[in-house]
Structures are given as C-alpha cells and as structure tokens.
Design a protein around this ligand. Structure first.
Ligand code: CA
Length: 413
C-alpha cells in the first residue's frame, strides 16, 4: 500500500495507520487531522474541497462528532484517505495548491487533547501488576485478592484533568501518613510515579439500561492511545481504604495525541493469556481479542542528555481484554457515551525489566533504579521526563501509537 509521500518502514505513521488527532497551525484554531509520515493531513481542508463526506465534523475542536458518526462513516473516511494518499492517485498529489494547504509539516503543529472525554474509567487488568502490588503491600504468598481472577477490577477516574502529551505535570500536595507517625501530615507527594497504560475510546455508546455484550464489544471501540496515569503512592496508601484511589490519581492523566483506529490494528489481533478459572458466561468471549503492541518506557532526568529505556513490555499480556472490560462496565446497564475513555491499568510483563511503574521497577524503594549517569530513582523527582511509546510491527511497516511525555514540575508553594 505505497503512499505518494516517502515514509520509512520504521515510521509510526504510514498509510496503513492514519491516526486521528486535533491540531492547530497556520493561525487557524483546533481542527481534525490524520498523521501521515512527518505531516498532518488537514481533514477540514479536504472536506471543504469536497473530497470527504462533509458533516462539519472535521472543523470541530474535538473528535467527538466524528466518533459519534459511527463505524460506517469512519470506514468510508478511512478508505477515502487511503485512496487519496495512494501513489497512483493524483487528486491530491497532483494538485500543488491543495496539497500545500492540506499537508502541514509536524514542526508547525500544536496538538490538543483529541477528545472531550465525558467519563474516564481505569481498569487494573495486568495480572503481573496486580501480583506485584499485592506482593509488596499485602501477602506475597497470596498476592491476588479473591475477586481478581473473576472480574476486571476498575475505578471511576477523573476526566477533567486529562491532558495531552507535553503538558507539564505539577507535583501534587496532599495528606499522607508515614508508617511510624502517629498522625497524618500535609505536603508535596514524595512518592510520585508513572503508570504505563493503553487507553481506548468508546465509539458508539449504549442506552442506559442496555448492556453491551462481550461478543458485541469490539463494535463499540473507536481507537487506542497511550496513557500515563500519574500516581501519588503516598497519598494513595493513606486515602484508599475502603473506596479506592481519589486524590492520588486525580491531578493529571496524560494521553498521546494521535488516536489509532481499531481498523489499523486488526492484523495484530492475537490470543490473550489463558484465563483460569474460566470467566462467567457474560465475560466469555471465545475470540482472539488481545493486541500485539510493543511498549516502552523511557526516563530522562534533568541531568541526562538523552532519554534512557527503563522497561519494555507488550499489550498482548493484558489478562482481561478490552471486550471483557466493556461488557463488565455495562453489565449493570451503565451507559457509555461516544468518546468515553477506558484505560487498561498499569501494564507489567513477567520480568523485572518489563514492569509498568517505578513502584515496581524500584520495588517500593527497596531496589532503586540505577540510571546510566549514576543517578538513582525510587520515585520521580522534579525535572524528570517520562516518555511512553508503542507500536505494532507489521510486514514492512509499523502501526505506531506515537508517544506520551510529561515532565514533573515542583509542587505549588
Ligand atoms: Ca492506573
């Protein structure tokens, strides 16, 4: 599927990908585009020129209207874009004026939050992560709580503090209680951490009272982003009983700017981990519904010249699939709406160098992470930058998720 633009085989955004985002450039406000190589294709320009079905959705400052237009419309737009970008098609490539207006180099872009998210839910679906946390804080002989193998555990997160990659992350302040202290204190979090996750946007929602079945769930997925669910471990430890995390997670959650459509990821569907015991019928899927996506975490402190890879894992190891998460979320009749964000929970692989949080990589501060310049980290310090990346490797091409990055800035005084 060659594109008329030259795109290297290891580039995250070839013609097979076409992720959607919201950008501004050239003194025009936020609008919808797709990433292609080192450019963004301005869909508002193409739709103005009559090359895309025009429902006004591409001039919007979010993807919500496009997402709500449904799968048939997404498929039509994706097929049209692949046709227009094909090296055999001259409609765009042969029209210099249109091409200059529609294709904008990435250096000129400001990226925005792609979706106005109504509700954000965070799961806890990596078995190794749940085992690691249970081993550290509860019982190493019995690390999983009794419910974990029977249902995808989750909590309702905070949508208002979702930010796009590049936004600074301010260290939160809050109430903590040190184990040796008699009473709690107040101050900047001293145990600030990242969490490597993948998030997915709901496409078509469901009516209140009408669950989405596990076998229909795939039809309700729009696309994926990388998520960094920043966490204040010391705040969490004191506040989380009995209702779960609250302030420890609500100060910022970063997402990558480009939403990779599920259509681009279909060649990478694989079997997920074997589930034992077998889940109840409402969670039994019976299809391959994991995705083979390589993931990487890089850390760059203020003193380092380059980012350093501290962990590598794969999305296919997630125990509870997106289909099961969606079915479980709605089984009570809870309604999801187009553009709602559901996230996987921290993704940790089986090996120590594949864990998805600093809490696990430095084992609760007992084994600080050694960096190549001699620095050590148990938790994040001001000036640290965390970069999450990921891609699915095809035959001669890659479907990249791009990156989500954030730098820690000091707590308010
Ligand atoms: Ca999380």
């Amino acid at each position: 599927m060659p594109c008329f633009l030259p795109i290297p085989a290891d580039h995250p955004f070839p013609i097979q990908n076409l992720p959607y985002g919201v950008f501004s450039a050239r003194e025009k406000g936020p609008r919808v585009g797709v990433a292609i190589g080192d450019y963004v294709l301005d869909l508002s320009v193409l739709s103005e020129a009559g090359l895309l079905p025009s429902y006004g959705v591409f001039a919007e400052p979010s993807l919500n209207a496009f997402i709500a237009s449904g799968r048939d419309f997404w498929n039509e737009v994706r097929a049209t874009l692949q046709y227009l970008l094909d090296e055999e098609t001259t409609t765009l490539s042969g029209n210099r004026r249109l091409r200059t207006r529609a294709l904008i180099p990435v250096q000129e872009l400001t990226m925005h939050l792609p979706v106005a998210v109504g509700d954000y839910t965070d799961f806890y679906s990596s078995k190794q992560h749940a085992i690691n946390v249970g081993t550290m804080f509860r019982d190493k002989n019995n690390p999983l709580l009794p419910n974990w193998l029977h249902l995808p555990v989750a909590y309702h997160g905070r949508a208002s503090s979702l930010v796009v990659s590049g936004a600074p992350i301010r260290r939160p302040r809050g109430q903590t209680k040190r184990p040796e202290a008699a009473t709690p204190g107040f101050g900047p979090s001293l145990e600030l951490d990242f969490e490597l996750e993948i998030g997915y946007f709901v496409g078509q929602g469901n009516t209140l009272g009408e669950p989405i079945s596990v076998t229909d769930a795939q039809q309700h997925l729009f696309g994926l982003v990388l998520v960094n669910d920043w966490s204040a471990r010391d705040l969490q430890r004191w506040e989380y009983v009995p209702l779960g995390p609250f302030l420890a997670k609500n100060f910022s959650t970063s997402i990558s700017p480009w939403v990779v459509p599920m259509a681009a990821l279909q060649p990478f569907r694989v079997a997920g981990p074997k589930q034992d015991p077998p889940p109840l019928p409402y969670l039994s899927d019976g299809q391959d519904c994991a995705y083979d996506i390589a993931l990487e975490i890089k850390l760059q402190t203020a003193a380092m010249a380059n980012a350093y890879t501290i962990s590598r894992t794969n999305f296919k190891e997630m125990y509870w699939s997106m289909n099961q998460q969606l079915a479980h979320h709605t089984v009570t009749g809870c309604n999801l709406r187009p553009g709602d964000l559901l996230a996987s929970g921290t993704l940790s692989g089986a090996e120590k160098n594949s864990y998805g949080s600093l809490l696990e990589l430095a084992w609760g501060g007992k084994e600080p992470l050694e960096l190549p310049n001699g620095e050590r980290r148990s938790f994040l310090e001001d000036g640290d930058t965390v970069i999450l990346t990921g891609y699915a490797q095809g035959d001669g091409y890659r479907i990249g998720l791009g990156e989500v990055r954030g730098t820690i800035v000091s707590a308010p005084s």
